[in-house]
Design a binder for this molecule. Structure first.
Ligand code: PMP
Length: 464
């Protein structure tokens, strides 16, 4: 399918009608559709073509799902093979050759301790389901209830996953400081800030009067994604591993967004060398189709049959697409490629930041990059941070779309422009993305008043 072909059936009026009907019929809770008013009809690799005939470079990648971009040939081939084989598409949690091959491929990518002595539970079908399963698993294994999670985290929208996320409203989950270098809660930043965050965690665990009873588990993201692309220092991750291991608290690492090469290693835990007790996986492991699993140490396997059930845990097409994706990333060293290209893009974004006061921070790991947009007129605080400017960030996102670039906003104030391109992009495509972003940034700065100015009507933000 060449994207240069015309789209005779998709003229602009159809596009406008679809968008109009969407706003009339779909929920007020819809998210991406608000800030990205496009009607995708075809897609390949980095590119999406809209019903209006316009093409977009997609740096949202299904919220970090599309490791190989849209409709990669190996993914399509894997799906077609299952369809043509006559295999059942729905199998609950029964064994099949497709599932067996997926598990073998997945385990081949895991750290030795998990690959050799790990168990897998298919959860269905979203990342949040796997987070719920992880909590049930550790609660059953430890006989304890409480959980520890981090400020700014995002683990999903089901009740317990939401309770462990930064947006929680009512929760018994104990909140710990995440090492957010640019807005360090301890006012120091750097290794020192991370060290103080780790000390706070240790004191809560060891102080008999901290008010924190022994938890069933601790959950963390190696790089907070929705929280604003915040990579945790490797030394801090190792401290969390030590603290939890010494106290026999299961450590749950949520690699739903960081997995499958995204950060420059196949799994983000490889950077620090830690091995969690439970790994939560979704998004890219399904090769663009819904699939979610947890892999955990067999000692934790104390739950009863049916402790985490669900009708949709046997998606054969997702397992085939996922197996093909995992194998392609591994065989082609796309994790290394993501690390190298990500470092180059990071360097170019840092140059852009040097020329624009409205960029407070550039951060990320591999091809998970974030640019924090700040109030260019405000005074910096003692650590050099300035207040977020969500209105300018929304204007940048809007200007990107005008230039045919799809980017996501994230972070505490929806002021972090996020780039999550497929791991397959070429150097030229990376340059095109950054050129469009730089141009959009300049246009948004020209047309958007500072946060104290009048409200523009075009401002839109999205929540994770
Ligand atoms: N964990 C992380 C780290 C995520 O980024 C997300 C989704 N953005 C989830 C869990 C939830 O996944 P899902 O939306 O598939 O439920």
């Amino acid at each position: 399918m060449a994207l240069t072909e015309s789209v005779p059936t998709a003229a602009p009026p159809a596009h406008e009608g679809i968008l109009r009907r969407q706003s009339l019929r779909e929920s007020a809770a819809r998210t991406y559709a608000r800030s990205l008013p496009i009607v995708p009809v075809r897609a390949r690799g980095l590119t999406i073509e809209g019903a209006d005939g316009r093409r977009y470079l997609d740096c949202l990648s299904g919220a970090g799902t599309l490791a190989l971009g849209h409709n990669h040939p190996v993914v399509l081939e894997a799906i077609r093979t299952v369809l043509d084989s006559g295999a059942p598409l729905h199998i609950l949690d029964l064994a099949t050759p497709v599932k067996d091959a997926f598990i073998t491929e997945l385990f081949a990518t895991l750290p030795k301790e998990l690959a050799e002595k790990g168990r897998i539970q298919f959860c269905g079908p979203a990342g949040t389901d796997a987070v719920e399963a992880a909590f049930t698993l550790v609660r059953t294994a430890t006989g304890r209830e409480g959980l520890m999670a981090f400020s700014g985290a995002y683990h999903g929208m089901t009740a317990q996953a939401l309770a462990a996320s930064g947006g929680a409203r009512h929760t018994s989950v104990v909140r710990l400081p995440y090492p957010y270098d640019y807005r360090c809660p301890f006012g120091t930043g750097g290794e020192r800030g991370a060290e103080l965050a780790a000390r706070w965690t240790r004191s809560l665990l060891d102080d008999q009067k901290s008010g924190v009873p022994g938890p069933a588990g601790m959950i963390l993201e190696p790089v907070q994604g929705e929280g604003g692309v915040i990579p945790a220092p490797d030394s801090w991750l190792r401290r969390m591993r030590e603290l939890t291991a010494e106290r026999r608290i299961p450590l749950i690492v949520d690699e739903v967004q960081t997995g499958v090469g995204r950060t420059g290693a196949f799994w983000a835990i490889e950077h620090s060398g830690i091995v969690p007790d439970v790994l939560v996986l979704s998004k890219a492991i399904g090769g663009s189709l819904p699939l979610a699993v947890i892999v955990y140490r067999e000692e934790l396997d104390a739950w009863q049959p049916g402790a985490h059930a669900g009708t949709f845990r046997g998606n054969q097409l997702a397992m085939a697409a996922g197996r093909a994706t995992l194998a392609y990333v591994r065989e082609n060293g796309l994790d290394r490629r993501a690390g190298e290209l990500g470092a180059r893009m990071h360097a170019r974004l840092t140059d852009l930041a040097a020329a624009h006061d409205c960029i407070g921070d550039v951060r990320g790991r591999g091809l998970m990059l974030g640019v924090e947009i700040v109030d260019r007129e405000a005074e910096a605080d003692a650590t050099g941070a300035r207040p977020a400017d969500p209105r300018l960030a929304a204007a940048v996102q809007h200007a990107c779309l005008d230039r045919g670039l799809i980017v996501e906003l994230g972070g505490r104030h929806s002021a972090v422009v996020r780039l999550l391109p497929p791991l397959t992009i070429t150097d030229e495509q990376a340059d095109a993305i950054l050129d469009r972003l730089a141009d959009a940034l300049m246009a948004a700065v020209r047309t958007t008043p500072g946060p104290m100015g009048p409200s523009p009507t075009t401002t839109r933000g999205i929540s994770p």
